[in-house]
Write a protein that binds this ligand. Structure first.
Ligand code: SAM
Ligand code: SF4
Length: 445
């Protein structure tokens, strides 16, 4: 197809990377990217279903596209991603001006669907194809120096609040040789940082049986092998499950010098009663014990987390338990969420859904507590001199945004080419970023 395409992405890194692959397919087909919706021949909304406001955003955006489509009947509107998988036919019922609905498993069929839409009108493919690992697609990557690499899709857990297993299916791991070949190719092109992606990334390989092999290619082994790739300087991964930070994974992290000292360790709740109702496999003391073990094995590791406030049945006492774990765990940062009932999940039909104003009040208390801890942890960085990777321009026109191995954002006052490693001296701290200045190479001993 000729002309320009525009992709709007909602949600997590998995979706961001899927958008890179959508962009890769459209570019390979002869199209060019645009930022201006008025120029676009194809608009793709790559959607998220994790919380309710994500649904609202999709239908709001489709509302804005309706008059554009009326003015320009050649415009093709595509809805992809988790909401496409979840809402399926409802999308074209509610918004008949949508040309293509493509589910998470059917992404490789996108070009075909667009071609069929040209001839035959609206198309939908939400079938669950399990034979094709979706990463075997071209990707139009955003940066030349860092890249996401998909290692597994889907999730075999059944957390009662979560829609992911419904919209992404059971876990399917990518062959270790394919992952390594992609990382090697990226490193040859100048990529210095990769982030390994999966819904439950540290159970990588558990679904794979290798003919003739006595062991499966598990996550620890993958980390060690990616660590051997020449040219690469940093390895990250997301999103892991605390239960699957097994000792072999922690050892592999500690012993692989390219694996960054940052762990995302989603708590969800600090109450054992709520964790049980969420069907999370750990309890508060176990979680804190794992955290101690990680901190003992990986000095100066930074820890981030996810917390849900207002899960059905959460009492004031349960919430106090969450605040207590947050006090004790000293997270560097936290993504805090208000519970959002997702139709079809077990939690959505549980009794004792918590009123919005109660959730909001608890949420505000949690944000204040974690904000103070994040600030205290950030201030402890003042005076240190970490290596940072420059990512782009900072908040002021002439400044730079860079990132430490521990995933802390550092604002530097001087403009520096993205993709460059420099040493920064940390001079200031806020809860969500640090300020620093470049240490001239001559000053380094
Ligand atoms: N696999 C990861 C794990 O096991 O923790 C989580 C991935 S999920 C895409 C990202 C985060 O969204 C979760 O950790 C959770 O905190 C939040 N989340 C998921 N479902 C939610 C819901 N129904 N309401 C509010 N937050 C939710
Ligand atoms: Fe959702 Fe993560 Fe639980 Fe899987 S492990 S069901 S992705 S919260």
């Amino acid at each position: 197809m000729n002309g320009a395409f525009l992709i709007r992405t909602f949600g997590c890194q998995m979706n961001e990377h899927d958008s890179e692959r959508i962009g890769g397919m459209l570019t390979a087909d002869g199209m060019t990217p645009t930022d201006d919706v008025a120029d676009a021949r194809v608009v793709v909304l790559n959607t998220c279903a994790i919380r309710e406001n994500a649904d609202n955003k999709l239908y709001g955006n489709l509302g804005h596209l309706k008059p554009l489509k009326a003015k320009n009947p050649d415009l093709r509107i595509v809805v992809a991603g988790c909401l496409a998988q979840k809402d399926q036919g409802t999308i074209q019922e509610k918004a008949p001006w949508v040309d293509v609905v493509v589910g998470t498993h059917a992404l490789p069929h996108l070009l075909d669907l667009l071609r069929r839409a040209e001839e035959d009108g609206p198309q939908m493919d939400v079938a669950e194809y399990t034979e094709l690992f979706p990463s075997a697609l071209p990707a139009a990557r955003e940066d030349a120096f860092r890249a996401w690499v998909s290692i597994a899709v889907g999730c075999d857990n059944a957390c009662t609040f979560c829609i992911v297993p419904f919209v992404r299916g059971a876990q399917r791991s990518r062959a270790i040789g394919d992952v390594l070949a992609e990382v090697q190719g990226l490193a040859r092109q100048g990529v210095v940082e990769v982030t390994l992606l999966g819904q439950n990334v540290n159970t990588y390989g558990r679904d794979v049986t290798v003919p003739g092999a006595s062991r499966r290619p598990l996550f620890a082994e993958l980390l060690r092998q990616v660590n051997e790739v020449d040219g690469l300087r940093r390895i990250r991964f997301t999103s892991p499950h605390p239960h699957d930070f097994t000792p072999d994974v922690i050892d592999a992290m500690a012993e692989s010098e390219k694996v960054c000292e940052h762990i995302h360790f989603p708590l969800q709740s600090g109450s054992d009663t709520v964790l049980k109702a969420m069907q999370r496999s750990y309890r508060r003391e176990r979680y804190l014990g794992w955290l101690d073990a990680i901190r003992a094995a990986i000095p100066d590791v930074a820890v981030s987390t996810d917390i849900i406030v207002g899960f059905p049945g959460e009492t004031e006492e349960d919430f106090a338990q969450t605040l207590d774990v947050v006090e004790r765990a000293r997270f560097d940062s936290a993504y805090t969420f208000q519970y959002s009932p997702r139709p079809g999940t077990r939690a959505a039909s549980m009794p004792d859904q918590i009123p919005k104003e109660v959730v909001q009040e608890r949420f505000d208390r949690l944000v204040v507590l974690q904000g103070a801890i994040s600030l205290e942890k950030a201030r402890a960085q003042i005076g240190t001199e970490p290596e940072v990777l420059v990512e782009g321009t900072g908040p002021r026109h002439s400044s730079t945004q860079a990132r430490t191995r521990t995933n802390r954002i550092v604002h530097l006052s001087e403009p520096i080419e993205p993709g460059t490693f420099v040493t920064a001296r940390i001079t200031g701290a806020a809860s969500h970023h640090l300020a620093g200045e470049v240490v001239p190479a001559a000053a380094l001993v």
